[in-house]
Design a binder for this molecule. Structure first.
Ligand code: CTP
Length: 471
């Protein structure tokens, strides 16, 4: 098969010229070829090039040919080099084969042929190569019938899966990530091999694991990936907090729902409404506090008191363990988990203005995200209840609009500032100012006074008398 049409980017012409000048057999391989054949309409960010010989020399030659002579980054230990062209990273490697010296368990990396290199790659669909030399430009080299795996939507390793996965255990997660991202099936022996070797994921750094987790999280139906992580036994090594949600307990005929499967449904639901990675993470973690807070009592049955608070503390620990960013993204996830029951509690009761005002005040700019999370949290299979819960949220949303238009508490600015309070009562900085400010805020949120300056000043004077600041 000839795939010249895949090579419309001008950079391929440059690489081709450089390769012929050095008389190096050269191919584009991996994700670029796969995504072209899958017609995935995504911007090309990475191109992997393999040369039968020195990838570093080829990178240098390509840079010489390019008008802007981009800098070549060389990674000597790996025998690879990279350069940036436009928005793309072009990575160059020399074809390699891996063999095991008989007296050592360490692999010895040697120069190899294209086929040796393809053998060492993770999946047949990632081992497809297109020739870049003038002689054979565009020819597809597909020794493992990756093309039909693409058509049949199958993840399969070029070699015995035990070898491929032990070469780099991260590939166990990559298999699941591709299955989830592309909606592929993992071939049976691969799945068995992952299940058998799951424990080896322990040797992989958290950063690499999180990269794959995030890609699973951003896939169209993330539950597909998480169910595979669970089925293969990888999940307990990566997210034990999630694993702990699995199962249904029954005491005296009373059961609670399986919070693991519920959580996955929530993640799928929210993924229909948002591509925000962190909101999806919030959905995944919104119930993690339920495992450690679960209790049964004869009077009320199963309870998970304070699970939102406990869960938000767990978010920090989980992010820290996985070396995820401990920044505003983490704080956002914590906040979503902490507040995840607030709109539900409000909607189940008579929806009062003051409850809605407090909700908007506490959620601030994240109120929309919080409502999206709560709506995704409705997983009941009872159509009547499903409708009722959604209607309740509609009422909350309408009330939110009305209250916000009138009271502007979303990004609350106190109508009377600290300085104004000090001036009014001729005070020096001290705790009285905080007390008065807090009292004004509370009065506004409760609806005792409107969020207006005049009313706030009148209230402040009355309060100052109450606390005997003035007569
Ligand atoms: N590869 C591999 N084993 C790994 C990682 C990568 O064999 N653990 C090979 C595959 O041939 C892969 C290529 O290196 O196609 C490039 O890897 P990478 O850029 O990580 O992934 P892509 O396949 O390009 O996919 P994506 O861009 O979606 O991450």
């Amino acid at each position: 098969m000839n795939l010249k049409n895949a090579l419309s980017l001008p950079i391929f012409n440059n690489i081709s010229n450089a390769a012929d000048a050095l008389e190096l057999e050269t191919y584009v391989i991996g994700g670029f070829v796969r995504d072209y054949l899958l017609k995935r309409n995504k911007e090309v960010k990475d191109i992997d090039v393999v040369a039968v010989g020195s990838g570093i020399a080829l990178a240098r030659k390509v840079s010489q040919i390019l008008p802007n002579k981009p800098k070549v980054q060389v990674f000597k230990t790996y025998g690879t080099a990279m350069l940036r062209s436009g928005n793309m990273d072009i990575e160059f490697v020399g074809a390699r084969k891996e063999s095991y010296a008989t007296d050592s368990r360490n692999p010895v990396v040697e120069d190899g042929t294209l086929e040796d290199d393809q053998n060492r790659r993770d999946f047949t669909i990632n081992a497809l190569a297109i020739k870049l030399n003038d002689n054979g430009y565009g020819d597809l080299i597909d020794p493992f019938d990756g093309i039909s795996d693409l058509e049949r939507k199958i993840i399969r390793t070029p070699l015995d899966p035990d070898i491929t996965y032990s070469d780099d255990p991260l590939r166990m997660m990559r298999a699941i990530r591709f299955a989830s991202q592309l909606d592929f099936m993992i071939e049976r022996t691969s799945l068995e091999s992952i299940t058998k070797n799951a424990e080896r994921i322990k040797i992989i750094t958290n950063e690499r694991i999180v990269d794959e987790l995030n890609k699973i999280m951003l896939s169209p139906t993330p539950s597909k990936g998480f169910l595979l992580l669970e089925k293969t036994g990888l999940l307990p090594y990566i997210l034990p907090e999630l694993m702990a949600l699995k199962g249904i307990d029954e005491i005296e005929g009373q059961k609670h729902k399986d919070n693991f499967y519920h959580t996955l449904e929530v993640v799928d639901n929210i993924s229909e409404h948002t591509d925000d990675l962190w909101l999806r993470w919030a959905a995944l973690l919104h119930d993690i506090g339920k495992a450690p807070t679960k209790k049964f009592s004869k009077k009320v049955g199963w309870t998970f008191h304070g699970h939102e608070f406990v869960g938000s503390k767990m978010v920090y620990k989980l992010f820290k363990r996985l070396k995820m960013p401990l920044n505003d993204k983490m704080k956002f996830v914590q906040k979503m988990v902490l507040m995840s029951s607030r709109p539900i509690v409000i909607s189940e009761d008579h929806v009062t203005d003051s409850a809605v005002r407090r909700l908007i005040f506490d959620a601030g700019d994240h109120i929309e995200d919080l409502m999206t999370l709560c709506e995704a949290d409705i997983t009941t299979k009872n159509p009547k209840r499903f409708k009722r819960y959604h209607n309740n949220f509609k009422v909350v949303r309408e009330k939110m609009k009305e209250v916000e238009e009138r009271d502007h508490v979303r990004n609350f600015q106190p109508p009377v500032s600290g300085e104004e309070i000090m001036e009014a009562f001729n005070l020096k900085p001290g705790r009285e100012i905080g007390i008065l400010k807090e009292a004004i805020k509370e009065a506004i949120l409760e609806g005792d006074i409107p969020n207006e300056k005049e009313a706030a000043i009148a209230f402040m004077i009355k309060k100052a008398k109450d606390i005997k600041l003035i007569k």
